[in-house]
Structures are given as structure tokens and as C-alpha cells.
Design a protein. Structure first.
Length: 549
């Protein structure tokens, strides 16, 4: 298919762009295969380059002979284009709608993008499983890398290599896979070097109404337990939901078959509920009534912060079982691709200082989200302005990033990265020129040859100038476990995402500049103190009478 077939009107002059908090701009609107571009001859005017994949919804209105297009974006922007001529307006709107809803991944912009920057570190080779396993081998010899899924036949949503207990052979893994939803048998998620406890993740067991059991599955998860130790199964479903799953062939681990494991249910809402919550939240944030009581009522009705609290509470529980109880943990929900990954990744941020560095956080996202089979294409197909009832869309990854921001805000000196890095990840998960978040699994990305045909987001992020921009100036390495508060008064609305297009950032920018100034001034004072101390030490060696008693 040629993009030209979908572009009915490639260019229109005299278009006026309206954006919140910015003056109107008149210029030429151009439509390409992947972008909506508005350029102006006015001095000091920034051009608009909008990826079609970033468009969530389009509304058309007509005022006399002028057509008005309201473009609602997945990054939560809302822009308005006033287009002279009814026909031109209709053509631009219909073409943009067609180009923003292409079914084929291979027609998206990452496959056409050519970087204008030098790739210093190829992001596709930065986080290989073999390299991560070397770190594990330096701490323990009880695990191995299995290639049982090398052709994606055992589990289509798992990567080719997975870490499993050394005493479990590949045939046992194949049998265990038949007992778990989608073939997602228990695999290693995290090894806690402080006490040797581990966290594993999986999908629900297929016990069904007959109480089916699997000896290989039992042996697999029991192999993670130390002699005399118990483990915890954290099920991210309410107990009634887990019981209802039995009627559909699913279920949960029974105490009779898993006597060494205690099951805990921590209910986390599923896709449709989360999507509706996001829609209500953004609607509240876009409310221009300036009525504070109404705004707070809408915010509470969205229950977004309630979901944040649920997820953080479950992550803290998993971390507590490992660090304070000295027990291994298995986390799963129904499919093991959404709430499960939120819990395992947040627990690692709490427990492991390495995950709080820029590179460590990238590695965490690779292991726990990209390689672990979170269906980014389905979940991020639409954002808060989606039309109709949600299908498989859900802000699962955005909720995770929000939880990370909550922890970052409570421990502002313990993260090497700042808020800008989290906002960047949110934007690129929904629409990007990079191939990192394409597809629903490692198998899909391998089939599309994404690593050969597209550029990795990490190639961009790991350039020195970008690392400097994303760095947290308050960072001081903290090797301790950090325990975030989940009290309602400790959780705030993430204004940097949900209000950034509606409120001026001038005060925040000024505060940031002042903070940088204070940090630099503090460094100057510290250097001055060190210099005076050295001078005093030299004087004391020259004149014993000057030595302090």
C-alpha cells in the first residue's frame, strides 16, 4: 500500500494552529505518510511535527467557511487546527484518521526513521540475557539459563532465554508450561543478594473445576525454597475472581498441593476498569470550570490514585516478604502480563538500588516488560480520548510509571533519573520513532526483525547529552531498601503528565533553575572549605604553635 493513496490533500495554506498556553500560529499544514506538520514563516515559531500514531481521536466542526479539526493526542495534548475550506478540512481529517489507524506494524514510522544522531551504544545489544545472567552467576550457582523457548513454541509471550532453577530440566519446564495460562511457567524475576531469596512470576495455574495438578510445576517452584523455608504466592486477583476462574479452566494453587506456600490475594483492577479510570481522570484534568470542589470530586471519582495505592501496596508486600520475612515469592494474576509485571518491577525498585539508576531502570524495563511479554501494542493502541468501549487498551504501563514517580517524589535523592525520564517513557510507549515498544512480545518483534530494521530508544537515551538532561541533580547513591508510604496523603496527582498541557510550567522551571543554582553554589562552598582545610594543614606543619590542641 502506498501512503499517497490515503492522502487526499497533502498541503493547505493559511491554517491556524491553536495550542493551550501558547499564541495562535498561522502557517502551512502538510500531510505526510507519518506526520502532520505545520510550519510558519513567523520568526521564532516552533514547528508542529505530530506523529499520526500519536493521534487518539479527531473531531470535525465547521464555523462558516472555516473547518475546525480538534486533534486529541495519546500524550494527552489537545490541539486545534482552523482550516480554510470545507473540502480541505474533510480531506485532512479523513486522511489523518486513516493514517493514524494503520493495522500493519511494518508501515509505522520506526521502520522508516533514520537517526540524525551518532549511535554510540546500540540499544538492541545493551541488555542481553547472557550479560544479566553473569551478574546472577556471581551471586549464586543455583540457577541456569534455559533455551527451552528458543523458537517461542513453549510460550509465545516469553523470550528465547529464561532463568530457572538448575535442578529442573527442560522437559519438566515443557510440562509445567502446559499447566499455566498461555504457557507462562514460573521463571526467575529477581534474586535478592542480601539473603538469597527470589521472586518468580508466572500466569495462573490451569487447575479447573477438577483440581488438576502438575508435579513438574510443584517441583519447579519448590526448588526455589531454602530448607525449612516457606514461600508466598501473591495473586493479583480478588479471591472471588480467582475462584470464578476455575469454571473457565483457570484457578490458583491449592494449599493441599503446595503446602510450603501461603497464598495471598491482593486485588488489582484489570484492563477495562483502568482504561475507564484514565478517561475520567483526563476529563477531570481538562475541566475548565475552575470549580475546585467539582474538580476534586471528579478526580476522586476517577479512582486513579486508588489504583496507584493498590499497586504500590502489593509491591511493598512482595518486597517485605523477600527482605523482612526472608521468603521467596511467586507473583501472578490471570495472564501474568499486566499487574504481575507492575508488582515484580516495583518490588525490585524498592529492593535493588541498581534499578534506580538510568541504565538499571532500562534493564528492568527490558526484563520485566519488553522481554516478559507485556502487550504494548494492544494496551497502548489508544489513550484517554479513545472512542467507544475499551477493547484491550489499558494504561498498565502508565500506572507503573506513575507509581515509580510516587516513589521518586518520596525519595528524591535515591534515583539517578528525574521525572523527565518517566515522561519520555510514557510518550514513547504510545507513539515513537523508535522500535523499542513495538508489538506485543519478543516473538512479534523477532518476526518483524525490529532490531535490524529500527532504532532502539536506548540508543537515543544513552548518548551523553541526553543522559545529562535526564539525570537527577539531587542523586546520591543509596544502597538501602526504600519503603514508600501508601497513605492517601502521601500520594499525589502526577501533574507532570496529567496537567502539563493545561498549566504553565514557568514556576516549576524557575524552581528547577534555582535548585541547580543552589547545588552549584553548594559545590563552590564545599570546594572553598576543602581548600581552606588544606591551607590550614600546611600552616600547621610549618608552625607547630598553630596546631589545634
Amino acid at each position: 500500500m502506498e501512503f499517497a493513496e490515503l492522502i487526499k490533500t497533502p498541503r493547505v495554506d493559511g491554517v491556524v494552529l491553536h495550542r493551550p498556553l501558547m499564541p495562535p500560529v498561522e502557517g502551512t499544514l502538510c500531510l505526510t505518510g507519518h506526520h502532520l506538520i505545520l510550519s510558519s514563516r513567523q520568526d521564532n515559531t516552533e514547528e508542529l511535527w505530530l506523529l499520526h500514531s500519536n493521534i487518539d481521536a479527531i473531531e470535525k466542526r465547521f464555523v462558516g467557511s472555516v473547518g475546525r479539526i480538534i486533534v486529541k493526542c495519546k500524550d494527552l495534548r489537545v490541539i486545534q487546527l482552523d482550516i480554510p475550506g470545507m473540502e480541505e478540512c474533510i480531506n485532512i481529517a479523513s486522511s489523518t484518521e486513516a493514517l493514524s489507524t494503520l493495522d500493519s506494524i511494518s508501515l509505522t514510522y520506526p521502520f522508516f526513521y533514520r537517526p540524525m544522531f551518532e549511535v554510540v551504544h546500540d540499544g538492541w545489544n545493551c541488555f542481553r540475557p547472557h550479560d544479566a545472567f553473569k551478574d546472577l552467576e556471581s551471586m549464586t550457582d543455583e540457577w541456569r539459563l534455559s533455551d527451552v523457548n528458543k523458537d517461542f513454541s513453549v510460550c509465545p509471550s516469553y523470550p528465547p532465554l529464561v532463568a530457572v532453577p538448575k535442578g529442573i530440566d527442560d522437559e519438566a519446564l515443557r510440562m509445567a508450561a502446559t499447566f499455566r495460562h498461555g504457557g507462562r511457567f514460573p521463571v526467575l524475576s529477581y534474586y535478592h543478594k542480601n539473603n538469597g531469596m527470589v521472586m518468580m512470576r508466572a500466569a495462573q495455574p490451569l487447575t479447573g473445576t477438577n483440581g488438576r495438578r502438575c508435579k513438574e510445576d510443584e517441583k519447579l517452584i519448590n526448588a526455589t525454597l531454602r530448607p525449612g523455608k516457606r514461600g508466598y504466592v501473591i495473586d493479583t486477583r480478588a479471591i472471588n475472581v480467582a475462584q470464578q476462574a476455575k469454571a473457565k479452566g483457570g484457578g490458583f494453587e491449592s494449599e493441599a498441593n503446595y503446602p510450603q506456600w501461603r497464598r495471598i490475594h491482593k486485588a488489582i483492577e484489570r484492563s477495562g476498569v483502568l482504561q475507564e479510570s484514565l478517561i475520567k481522570l483526563v476529563e477531570a484534568c481538562n475541566d475548565q470550570s475552575h470549580n475546585m470542589d467539582r474538580w476534586l470530586s471528579k478526580l476522586e471519582a476517577s479512582n486513579w490514585l486508588g489504583h496507584v495505592k493498590e499497586i504500590l501496596t502489593a509491591a511493598c508486600l512482595a518486597a517485605q516478604c523477600i527482605d523482612r520475612e526472608g521468603a521467596s515469592v511467586l507473583v501472578h494474576g490471570t495472564e501474568g502480563t499486566d499487574s504481575t509485571l507492575q508488582i515484580t518491577s516495583l518490588a525490585q525498585i524498592i529492593l535493588d538500588p541498581g534499578c534506580r539508576t538510568i541504565r538499571g531502570f532500562q534493564g528492568l524495563l527490558e526484563r520485566e516488560w519488553l522481554q516478559a511479554g507485556h502487550p504494548f501494542r494492544q494496551r497502548c493502541a489508544q489513550s484517554a480520548y479513545s472512542n467507544g468501549k475499551p477493547r484491550q487498551e489499558a494504561p498498565v504501563f502508565l500506572l507503573f510509571l506513575d507509581c515509580v514517580w510516587q516513589i521518586l517524589r518520596q525519595f528524591p535523592c535515591s534515583f539517578e533519573f528525574g521525572e523527565a525520564f518517566l515522561v519520555l517513557l510514557f510518550e514513547h510507549s504510545y507513539a515513537s520513532q523508535f522500535g523499542t515498544f513495538l508489538g506485543n512480545s519478543a516473538a512479534e518483534r523477532a518476526k518483524l526483525s525490529v532490531s535490524d530494521k529500527t532504532v532502539s530508544l536506548w540508543s537515543w537515551v544513552n548518548r551523553p547529552q541526553e543522559l545529562e538532561r535526564l539525570a537527577n541533580p539531587l542523586y546520591e547513591s543509596n544502597g538501602l531498601v526504600i519503603w514508600p508510604s501508601v497513605a492517601p496523603q502521601s500520594l499525589l496527582l502526577w501533574e507532570g503528565v496529567f496537567l502539563r498541557w493545561n498549566r504553565s510550567s514557568r514556576c516549576a522551571d524557575e524552581a528547577h533553575e534555582e535548585m541547580l543554582h543552589i547545588i552549584e553554589y553548594n559545590k563552590e562552598l564545599q570546594n572553598r572549605v576543602n581548600l581552606l582545610r588544606r591551607q590550614l594543614a600546611q600552616l600547621e606543619t610549618q608552625d607547630p604553635l598553630l596546631q589545634t590542641p
